[in-house]
Every structure is written in structure tokens, then in C-alpha cells.
Design a protein around this ligand. Structure first.
Ligand SMILES: Nc1ncnc2c1ncn2[C@@H]1O[C@H](COP(=O)(O)OP(=O)(O)OP(=O)(O)O)[C@@H](O)[C@H]1O
Ligand SMILES: [Mg+2]
Length: 293
């Protein structure tokens, strides 16, 4: 075991080893990240997990919309000292807590190092209160995405069958693995008719990834195109609550079951506290792979 690996293990133990931090990301926008994040959060809460969603799509936050919340404060208030973390955290369905990302707030679209440190130190104070932290990232491969996915223990990559989505998913894997140190990606194919179709898209992503990168991919599952997702968004309710017997809800349950029953990848262990350490050393977010201690 090398020194970096020992530090990762040590930090995960110091953080209680309990909280699981999963960042949902995609490359291309509009592929279903926010819906996946919100519904998996609800399903996890229904099994008794204490769940926090960090809306990491800063400045264009959507989690509050799909939960029908109108939070008074957002992350920007926390970062500029206008509000305390406990005032900023909103409560969604099934008791899921939400750290809203703010809408139309340009100062949040690229967090500077001081803001990242403030965010990390705030989360540090509540990390033990949760079993699961889901981070809904924005589209693209910008600095905030790198920060959130690089700091999470696991990445859940969402893509669809469109060639543009596949290309952007590969671009995200490339940047997140080479610059963010993310080694393992759970892949979820959205808006496909069959498992076979999902597997074919996944295999295409694997082929190009294997050729050029060290990152490891795993197919988590697929979701069908289902109008009920759209109907639920209009109702501002998660589909697993609004239409629990719909094809989308059944598929989301299968995905959540697999995510929570199979052991999480050990390769990305470290989580928020590890990121915190990296930040203090001036590494993470700038895209550096963590230096050996
Ligand atoms: N499986 C699906 N079937 C039908 N519609 C879907 C499905 N998944 C997502 N959608 C629709 O696609 C749109 C985009 O979904 P969502 O907001 O979750 O994507 P996103 O990846 O978070 O987007 P952004 O990159 O803008 O944050 C929504 O209008 C949603 O209703
Ligand atoms: Mg979104």
C-alpha cells in the first residue's frame, strides 16, 4: 500500500467511514442528472438513510424545483456569511435535506479557493449527521464540476443514447480521471428502451475509455424514457413519489437497490475530508492528483 492509499484509508476512517458521498455528473446537459439525484435521494431516505443533497449546479440550481421547495437561502448566503448552514439547509420530501445551489447567482458559477474552503468547513460540521450525500453537478467539465466530483468518493455518470451524450460522457471521464483523480465511475444510461441498448452504449464508452484512460467503469443500470418523469417535474414532485408504479420509478428502484446493495468502489475512498486535506495543501479543484503525504 503506498502512502497516498494509506492516507485515503485513514481519512475515510476518521470521517466515521459511514457517510457515502456520490457525485452525479454527465458531461452533456439535460440528460437527467437532477431527476436521478432527487429520486435516488428519496428512495434512500425511504430505507431509513439520512440523506443530504448538495445542489452543485451552482447558479442554475434545479433540485429545489423538482422538490417544490422555495428556499429562502442558498449556498451563496452561506459563503458570504449572510446565513448559517442550518438556516440554509432546506427540507424536502421524506426528510431529505437540500443545500440549495442558488439560481441566477453568477458569483457561484466558478467558486474561488476561499469559497471552496468555506464550503468544505461548513460541510465538515454536519458530515456525521448523514449516511448519504448526493451531489447534483452542473453540466460540463468546468471547475465546479471538477471540485465536486473530485471531492466525492464516487461518481455516477449519466448519459443517453445520443452520440453527443456519449462524446461528452467520455470527455467528462477523461477530465475527471486525469485532472480530478476520479478512478471509478458508475454508469447509468437514461432514456433507453432495453437493457441491451444500455449495454451497447456502455460498451462503446468502455471501448474508448480502455484505449486511452485508466478509469474503470461499471454499468449500474438504465432508465426508460417515461413521460411520467416529465409529468412529475411539472407537479414539482419526484416521480418515485408522484407515480411510484410507473416504469421510470420501477427502474429507479432497481438502480437504487443495486447502488446500495453492492459494495462501493474502494478506489475513490476519501470523500470530503480527503478533499479538505487536498485543498489545504493547494491541490484539489486546481485539478491536481493528490500528492503522497
Ligand atoms: N427517463 C426520462 N424520460 C422522460 N423524460 C426524461 C427522462 N429523464 C429526464 N427527462 C426529462 O429531461 C429533462 C432534463 O432532466 P434533468 O433536469 O434531470 O437533466 P439534467 O442532466 O439535470 O440537466 P442539466 O444539465 O440542465 O442540469 C427534464 O425535463 C426531464 O423531465
Ligand atoms: Mg440538473
Amino acid at each position: 500500500m503506498d502512502q497516498a492509499e494509506s492516507l485515503r484509508r485513514m481519512m475515510s476512517q476518521q470521517s466515521g467511514g459511514e457517510v457515502r458521498v456520490i457525485a452525479v455528473t454527465s458531461g452533456k446537459g439535460g440528460v437527467g442528472k437532477t431527476n436521478v439525484t432527487s429520486n435516488i435521494a428519496i428512495l434512500a431516505a425511504q430505507t431509513g438513510k439520512r440523506v443530504l443533497i448538495v445542489d452543485g449546479d451552482l447558479g442554475l440550481a434545479n433540485v429545489e424545483i423538482v422538490f417544490g421547495l422555495t428556499p429562502r437561502y442558498h449556498l451563496g448566503h452561506l459563503l458570504d456569511g449572510t446565513a448559517e448552514l442550518r438556516q440554509v439547509l432546506a427540507t424536502g420530501p421524506e426528510g431529505v435535506r437540500v443545500l440549495p445551489g442558488g439560481s441566477g447567482v453568477r458569483s457561484l458559477t466558478v467558486l474561488d479557493d476561499a469559497q471552496k474552503l468555506r464550503f468544505m468547513s461548513a460541510l465538515d460540521t454536519i458530515e456525521d449527521e448523514f449516511d448519504l450525500v448526493l451531489i447534483d453537478t452542473g453540466a460540463g467539465i468546468g471547475d465546479n464540476v471538477l471540485f465536486f466530483v473530485g471531492g466525492a468518493q464516487e461518481a455516477l455518470l449519466v448519459l443517453t443514447s445520443e452520440p453527443t451524450s456519449l462524446t461528452d460522457a467520455y470527455a467528462a471521464v477523461k477530465v475527471l480521471s486525469l485532472e480530478g483523480g476520479v478512478e471509478h465511475f458508475n454508469v447509468l444510461v437514461n432514456q433507453v428502451a432495453t437493457e441491451q441498448q444500455a449495454r451497447e452504449i456502455y460498451e462503446k464508452l468502455c471501448t474508448v475509455t480502455r484505449r486511452f484512460l485508466k478509469a474503470r467503469l461499471k454499468l449500474l443500470g438504465q432508465l426508460p424514457r417515461d413521460e411520467n418523469i416529465h409529468r412529475a417535474v411539472l407537479l414539482q414532485r419526484p416521480v418515485v413519489q408522484a407515480f411510484p408504479h410507473s416504469p421510470a420509478s420501477r427502474a429507479l428502484k432497481a438502480v437504487a437497490d443495486k447502488l446500495f446493495t453492492e459494495p462501493p468502489p474502494q478506489s475513490n475512498v476519501g470523500g470530503l475530508k480527503f478533499l479538505w486535506q487536498r485543498l489545504l495543501r493547494g491541490g484539489a479543484g486546481a485539478g491536481a492528483v493528490p500528492p503522497a503525504p
